[in-house]
Design a protein around this ligand. Structure first.
Ligand code: PHE
Length: 346
């Protein structure tokens, strides 16, 4: 036994290993459960007690030298082979696929593109707004239900009961951006404001507390409802196809008078009636109207000289129609399997 150990000690001290594969063979041969060292310890157990002391000592030295050998190669071989890979400049690179735009971005860009072609500029504003810009200047009465905590996320309120123009909140629509533009710019104004908006709603497949809007504003002398209608028809046909029909229904917004809601003929069934349009043949896409004179005055624009129209639409719904997405929550989950599907889109 002692001789055998000596032979092995000599062998190990002379042994060289040239790569990871050889090192693994070495590990299995000597260090694994059924390897040489374990076998020797098994033999050692059967030995007469008188021999155990000397053999035990040598056996431990052998075990130690095997571990040291292994560790010395393990530390040097691995970084070596890794750096060899990096330094091999002739290796072909890993192909990395092109990224994809988020469907909300794709549709937002599409909407912006359509209005830019007919002379609208793009304006942006902050997501954290004052009550004044989000509500007061837009002719919302102090007790209007949309100001209620139900709908609005307040950041700071002067009073818990009454609304105050100095209250700070998360904007509930991007009409607040238009208030800012009207105060800074003289008519003619022709601008759209895309952006994120916030409303305190329960999250479900059809509603979310965060969503996106594009709102438009046109102010000049003699702007009429006919201008609004023609602009919206142009938009609908560019966006949803040449055959699209529009329909305007009377509605109410504090900041427009008269106000309307626009439907388009269903993009799925072409107006015949299907599940998506709930068999009506029409889909609701936006709110619109003539800017209320009180809004113009609140933004220092002479309402006896100028008139204007405004409209606003969400981005999530049109994107759902376009890509047949049936759950709003998909937009925010960042699931790569969802996002990857938009690679070919622009
Ligand atoms: N601001 C309205 C909304 O968020 C949309 C709208 C904009 C309606 C402009 C009419 C005119 O629902």
């Amino acid at each position: 036994m002692l001789e055998k150990i000596d032979r092995l000690l000599k062998l190990i001290s002379e042994l060289t290993v040239s790569d990871i594969k050889e090192l693994e063979i070495f590990r299995i041969r000597y260090m694994s459960k059924k390897g040489i060292i374990s076998e020797l310890f098994e033999e050692f157990k059967q030995m007469p007690a008188s021999e155990k002391k000397e053999v035990g000592r040598k056996l431990n030295i052998l075990k130690q030298s095997v571990i040291e050998k292994y560790n010395s190669y393990k530390n040097t071989l691995q970084p070596l082979s890794a750096s060899a890979q990096v330094n091999d400049l002739s290796r072909p690179s890993f192909p990395s696929g092109p990224g994809a735009r988020h469907p909300i971005s794709i549709v937002r860009r599409e909407i912006i593109g359509i209005f830019e072609r007919i002379g609208f500029s793009v304006s942006e504003g902050p997501e954290i707004e004052s009550d004044e810009n989000n509500f007061t200047r837009l002719n919302f009465a102090p007790e209007h239900p949309a100001r209620d905590m139900q709908d609005t996320f307040y950041i700071s309120r002067i009073s818990a009961e009454d609304s105050n123009p100095a209250d700070i909140l998360l904007r509930t629509h991007t009409s607040s951006v238009q208030v800012r533009v009207m105060q800074k710019q003289k008519p003619p104004i022709r601008t759209i404001s895309p952006g994120r908006v916030f409303r305190n709603e329960a999250i479900s497949a059809r509603a979310h507390c965060i969503f996106h809007q594009v709102e438009g504003l046109y102010i000049d002398e003699n702007v009429s409802f006919a201008d609004l209608k023609q602009t919206l028809l142009f938009f609908a046909r560019e966006m949803y196809g040449e055959k699209t029909e529009i329909r305007l229904r009377p509605s109410y917004f504090p900041f427009t008078e008269p106000s309307g809601e626009m439907d388009i003929s269903c993009t799925i069934c072409g107006g015949k009636g299907c599940n998506v349009c709930k068999h009506t043949g029409w889909l609701e896409v936006l709110g619109c109207g003539m800017v209320h004179p009180a809004v113009l005055e609140a933004c220092d624009i002479d309402s006896s000289k100028f008139t204007g129209y405004a409209f606003g639409m969400g981005i999530e719904r049109p994107a759902m129609l376009k890509y047949q997405i049936n759950d709003l929550r998909m937009y925010y989950e960042n699931d790569i399997r969802f996002l990857e599907q938009f690679k070919s889109a622009f």
